[in-house]
Ligand binder design. Structure first.
Ligand SMILES: Nc1ncnc2c1ncn2[C@@H]1O[C@H](COP(=O)(O)OP(=O)(O)O)[C@@H](O)[C@H]1O
Ligand SMILES: [Mg+2]
Length: 167
């Protein structure tokens, strides 16, 4: 993992490593965090969300899968997880079912195929581009676009989890 101040790059060597990175995001996420996932089919976007769900203490992480046909799935946890997928819908469709309001509803919003929903993403979101660099290798390029997402990324860059550092 290395950071140049603007971006943090995490080289994942396995599905488990991608999930572990997602878990840290979920453990540290504050209300109204929005994570925008960008990457081709099979990049590992949904695996990252599964890890994030585990970090948010979502009870049944097995239920977290690509919400391609339902557009947005909600999972109760420490904070509510709103899992959206823009693969088969337009930004206008997402907007119509209340996407922008969800970004400020006190939960965590994660969007797969976020490059197809640029117009409706909030100013402050954590953009993660997943670049397949080998059969099991993925480069996660993480770029915060505001204070909240920067704080989250800073916290994830340290190895400790909240439970290890919080009394
Ligand atoms: N380092 C890795 N990180 C994430 N997934 C990986 C990795 N290496 C292999 N994979 C595999 O790639 C696939 C990713 O699937 P998925 O998360 O559904 O992708 P997406 O949601 O981006 O289409 C899974 O079959 C997973 O096992
Ligand atoms: Mg997916």
């Amino acid at each position: 993992m290395h950071s140049n101040g603007q971006e943090l790059i995490y080289e994942s060597e396995s599905e488990a490593a991608t999930r572990a990175f997602g878990r840290r995001l979920g453990q540290w996420a504050e209300p109204d965090t929005v994570v925008a996932l960008i990457g081709p089919l099979g990049a590992g976007k949904t695996q990252l969300v599964k890890g994030l769900a585990a970090g948010l203490e979502v009870r049944d992480v097995r239920k977290v899968s690509s919400p391609t046909f339902v557009i947005i799935r909600e999972h109760p946890g420490r904070l509510r997880l709103y899992h959206a997928d823009a693969y088969r819908v337009t930004a206008a469709d997402l907007s119509e079912i209340g996407f922008e309001e969800m970004c400020f509803a006190g939960g965590i919003v994660v969007v797969e195929w976020a490059d197809r929903a640029e117009d409706i993403l909030p100013d402050d979101c954590l953009r993660i581009t997943i670049d397949p660099t080998g059969p099991e290798q993925r480069r996660l390029i993480c770029r915060p676009t505001g204070d909240r997402s920067r704080r989250l990324l800073d916290r994830c860059a340290v190895e400790e989890t909240p439970s290890e550092t919080r009394p």
